[in-house]
Design a protein around this ligand. Structure first.
Ligand code: SAM
Length: 243
């Protein structure tokens, strides 16, 4: 099993900075809440043959499709609850409902890629309709690339990431977080890493800041990219102590 190294991620970022990736015009133009650079980065990160990619917050699938494009061995899981659309006047769907149009447009987009000539191996994709805070990912192989693209995100969502998602990551993995150009998000995310340092440690860090939160020319809302190593001893120590 190949590991994603810091050098591999630097190369992926450098290519993405120039918009270089395998994705074509169609994937660059798919309507979504991400930019060409961001889609290029995710496509480049998922280039490693046996990548297990997890995307939290799929919306209509533009970045998820870009992850899989031309990467036939990459396995991807997307988690989306269809409840928040920043383009709707009310943004949050009424209690007990979802934005049906997000779901139907995601399905339409995915249907277009069912043709094997479309360079997306749709058999390797699983969409889970769920709140990411409670999703059960334990039946899936552990993930080594994860894109946290939940919006809105605040302290509770970052805590949920460390509590519910981190146990499903490989020992060494690469995490990408959106909204890093937003000062509040950046501070809350940095604080969450400190608070949950018993669960994982950051081995290296990169970021790309954009001039707004939907900057199509840069990395959309800005990203933090980190290489992390899970701390597997915390759980073992507790289990042993309980015996
Ligand atoms: C910025 S958009 C994702 C954009 C997407 N990655 C793309 O390629 O266009 C954020 C998404 O997070 C979803 N979301 C927000 N809170 C969620 C939650 N708790 N669980 C699952 N999805 C959530 C929203 O419904 C929305 O579709």
């Amino acid at each position: 099993m190949t590991k994603i190294t810091e050098a591999f991620v630097d190369a992926a970022l450098e290519l993405a900075d120039n918009g270089t990736a395998k994705i074509g015009d169609r994937e660059r133009e798919l309507f979504g809440l991400s930019s060409t650079r961001l889609r290029s980065l995710i496509n480049n990160l998922c280039h490693k043959e046996d990548t297990n990619y997890l995307e939290l917050g799929v919306y209509k699938g533009a970045t998820l499709i870009s992850a899989m494009y031309g990467n036939p061995k990459t396995k991807a899981v997307g988690v989306e609850n269809y409840r928040y659309d920043e383009r709707e006047p009310k943004k949050l769907a009424a209690e007990g409902t979802i934005w049906e149009n997000i779901k139907s447009q995601l399905n339409d987009n995915l249907k277009r890629y069912q043709d094997p000539d479309m360079a997306v191996n749709i058999d390797n994709l699983t969409i889970i309709e769920s709140d990411f805070q409670t999703v059960d990912l334990s039946k899936h192989p552990k993930f080594d690339v994860c894109f946290f693209d939940i919006n809105p995100a605040s302290v509770a969502e970052y805590d949920a990431f460390f509590e519910n998602i981190v146990p499903n990551l490989k020992t060494e993995s690469v995490l990408v977080f959106s909204n890093y150009s937003n000062d509040k998000n950046a501070k809350e995310l940095d604080a969450a890493f400190t608070k949950h340092s018993d669960k994982l440690e950051i081995t290296w860090k990169r970021h790309r800041i954009s001039s707004g939160l939907s900057d199509a020319t840069q990395y959309y809302s800005g990203i933090l990219v980190v290489g992390v190593k899970r701390n597997l001893t915390t759980k073992v120590a507790k289990t042993t102590a309980g015996k």
